[in-house]
Design a protein around this ligand. Sequence first.
Ligand code: NDP
Length: 331
Amino acid sequence: QIVLVTGASGFIAAHVVEAFLKKGYNVRGTVRSEKTAEEVRKTHSKYAEQLSFAIVPNISAANAFDEAVKGVDGIIHTASPFILNATDFEKELLQPAIRGTTSILEAVQKYNPSVSRIVVTSSFASVLDPMQGQRPGYVYKEADWNPITVEQANSNPVMAYLASKTFAERAVFDYVETNKPSFTVATLCPPMVYGPIVHSVSDVKSLNTSSGDINRLIDGSEKDVPDTSFHAFADVRDLAEAHVLAFEKPEAAGQRYLVANSAYSYQQICDIIREKFPEQKDLTPKGNTGAPLPPAYRLDTTKAVTELGLKFRPLQETIVDMVNSLMKLRQ
Ligand code: NDP
């Protein structure tokens, strides 16, 4: 079987591609250029014979995926911008997220009736209600949808990102309802995704957003432990496994899954780093070691555990492996 993984050069996609290759699938990755294809090839050099590429320079373009989808058995759509500093919200966030998603669904319906399942990497961004803040005592479930409006989307770059993911995921379920395609869909909603960096990164400045989030806790740029911005995390390897399971399991048809480990705080992350990497002591803020988690919402991930059979790694393993890979990048 061959699966198409969009945005194969990304932090999460690198693990998704690896997880499918490891299970014996052939993978066709979409990348923006031949040069990027070369880098992704190096990342997965162990599986050279199972990996091929389709060049899709811009996922916002009309009919962007028409060629890429031909001849594959399934689609994993991860490509979407995750940036929190956009200035042109339409062009940088909303169009690639929404059009990128609808154009792949349309391309499959038009050109490839043998695709059985499309798995879309959505986000907890499309689940939480940002207007409710920390919301202590509330437990988010798959039935929750971010009620963000177009007007709110245009209010600031963070809201624009949250909206891009919400509108894109809504577009998936709306498309299925309206067009009744022969394929089924499943969406995955992870919060902040951490873990080892295996994709090609030229320097720490070009890290993806969630890796940059941890990098700032080890590079001396934070004097105090920052306030935790989202109150749950997922390990990138667990999330990659979730993509395989959501593709393979018949019962995932038409479902969305919260994919997240326990609650966490930046304080806990700093505690782990300072304990496991003592040489980091002057670069990682100390804060209030051992402080309890701040009161905030929680996530109910029972569905991913029972239906997909997912297991989650503990925060310490995620952070230690991530920091080790960040250290390597800085050498
Ligand atoms: P990355 O920035 O590492 O990966 C994004 C991928 O999308 C890259 O391959 C990028 O290509 C591609 N892409 C973005 N915009 C375009 C475009 N206009 N045209 C073509 N390709 C494009 O981010 P992540 O791996 O973190 O994110 C992957 C997915 O996971 C996204 O859908 C994101 O919303 C979602 N997600 C991520 C979370 C996290 O904490 N990391 C949390 C929740 C969801 P290129 O490298 O060439 O720019």
